[in-house]
Design a protein. Sequence first.
Length: 498
Amino acid sequence: MSSVSRAALASTLLGLFAIGAVLSQNPDPAPRSAAPSDDRPAETVGMAGCAATGCHGRTNVRHGTLDADTWHESFALWLDRDPHTRSYAVLEGPLAKSIMKNLRHGDPSLTEDATKDLRCLACHTNPSLAKPIEDASGQLLRIRAEGVSCEACHGNAEKWQIAHTNPIAPETRKSTFAAWQMNDLNDWHVQATTCAGCHIGAPEDKARGIPVRDMNHDMIAAGHPRLEFEFASYQARLAKHWMPRNRKTGQPQSADAPLHAWAVGQLAVEEAYCTLSLDRMARGNADPRSPYPEFADWNCSHCHHQLAGVPWREQAAKAQSPARGLGRPAWIGASAYLPATPVPAFGEKRDAQKTKLDQRLQRIAAQFAALEKTPADVRKSISDRLADSSIAPANWEEASRDYLGLRSLELAIRSAGGVPSNETLGRLADARKALWGSPDEPARKEHAAKDYHRKPESRWLWEQKPDARPAPVDATLRALRDALANDLQKLPAGNPKP
């Protein structure tokens, strides 16, 4: 652990002891004050403000138990199990040093230290602290070294740290959270958008004091891993430090909640890609670090692929229309959830691209509205997408992304109480063989491995298998969709509210 990280931890522990001492001496504090009502960006208080034993830092942690009392031990659970605790530390590791060294080849004026590069800090710590800090006491620098802690996801706590301990009427919850600048993470859409802000990228949010978050092609070329995000699978694997609740009633979630999370996540990811692409257009060449076109907006495998032989990617590209043929990469954000909706074309004028992205955002808003009703509506939305015959991946990268979404849906059906059929399991294996040359789940190498080499044609940096990939991949994925649709129909009826 670095000296900065040790200092941040020491500061946090001292804060915990101090807060705990105050609470123990005054178990019945004075009436709580209301949250500040001004609309300036809220200030951060640091994770010590959440982690007292009387708040979220109870030490007798009950691993594996999520109930109405879990909030007492949220901080301890997060500190023990959550991968976000390491977000700042990786900026001090060998990969970060290599990335900064490579970036400096193009711009020697850049810092050598990733912990001082604001582009890195925008996602590897509380985004609101990714700015030059004049801090004689060092307190804000120590909070920044806490990495992606409480306020990075929940919002800076100045306006709600005390006020949020009071009951909130369901009908005023949304407006109250907005006034506090607190993210209502019980809402799947808010939660997915919050995650995507760093795991995909997001424009500047002046109201919250959050800078643009954009891990662009320059950083990928320097060695930063591609950003890949599928909300439902990430959320399912994240060690919970909360009790999942119904976002409207506050009661435990229904069995259909994983399906709702999957459908919302598909749309939220698409929404994030659209919003980031529009922001890249708006910034254009005004910022020397934001050239246009931004290659990170476009499909990698159209340019990064084997030049020898005729792999499936090239065959698929040649079969496309001239607008999508070789040398014209596809837009990176297109998903199977919005088929037959125009996508930007490489080389189009900006106005034409903007029009198409705006149209996609309108479709996304309509799809979100359709998910705000009952589990039956959610299931129908998913079934409609599975049955849509117009869905046909245009290249290996789109096909692999399609597979990852379908694999996540299979996990969501399991979580909703379903049992995958043998046909579904067989189709999943067929798809893996078509994409990676083996029916087994691809193994992901650790970035820190000495023999690690990025393979840009391989989604999620998976090692490719030497076996030939059989074609046609689109037919394999079509069969997988049909199998999942059958599994979805066999699920028992869900609860009346998502």
